[in-house]
Design a protein. Structure first.
Length: 235
């Protein structure tokens, strides 16, 4: 595959609209929705799964590194008893009055065709588990909750034709995981300098936060060759 080659991700119109709603709300509308082939290969090798287009489009649209799934799956299996046929994709944001137990949104491997992957909402409390869900359900629960406003609908319509998530053959950016004294572990989405060195971090506990870089500390990267290493969750 040539360095400049892009492979478009075929996804449904409702999923496109939900992802665009998230991008509009998060200020990501101008960011190119791309995901690295190298990162995908590492994840598929480490976890023994094939990642469907719909899920890859989520990572392309949010700027997240798919390798996060290796870290989250390791922790969920070790600390919360996640079943071996489930791959943790994300942690549901905490809601007021909800159970303190973490809620994982997972891809169920090997159980459904690539064009209609099954997502599972999984938690230690068996009554809170839901099966047979879709990637669209995941996006609406974790990234684009609630109905769009009139202004957001106009913005989505204007962006829809130009919104083309894709896989690119560029090398995977160095995987960076950090920890914050209050928010816990998170994944760096981007960093920039506007006079102050800042990082945008996706914290499973509270969502995306923009912070001064000095407020977080680096966590050693996890090697894809050994996804279950006995590490403890940082807090």
């Amino acid at each position: 595959m040539l360095l400049t080659e892009k492979i478009p991700l075929e996804i449904s119109k409702p999923l496109k609209q939900a992802l665009l709603l998230h991008r509009v709300r998060a200020g990501l509308a101008s960011q190119r929705p791309l995901v690295s082939r190298a990162s995908i290969d590492e994840v598929e090798h480490a976890l023994g799964v094939s990642l469907p287009h719909a899920l890859l489009a989520v990572f392309a649209s949010t700027g997240r590194d798919p390798f996060e799934m290796v870290v989250l799956t390791e922790e969920a299996r070790e600390l919360d008893g996640l079943r071996p046929d489930l791959v943790a994709v994300s942690v549901e944001p905490k809601r007021l009055g909800a159970s303190p137990l973490p809620v994982y949104w997972c891809l169920r491997s090997g159980s459904s065709p690539p064009h209609s992957p099954e997502m599972v909402r999984w938690t230690l409390d068996s009554e809170g588990r839901c099966y047979g869900l879709s990637v669209l359900d995941f996006v609406r629960a974790c990234l684009a909750e609630g109905e769009p406003t009139a202004e957001e609908k106009i913005a989505i319509r204007g962006l829809l034709l130009r919104f083309k998530p894709a896989v690119v053959s560029q090398p995977r950016l160095p995987f960076r995981r950090v920890v914050h004294h209050r928010f816990g572990p998170g994944f760096v989405l981007r960093e920039f300098d506007d006079g102050n060195h800042k990082v945008e971090v996706d914290f499973p506990s509270v969502g995306v936060k923009l912070l001064l870089a000095s407020y977080v500390q680096d966590v050693p990267a996890v090697r894809a060759k050994n996804p279950v290493s006995g590490r403890r969750r940082l807090r």
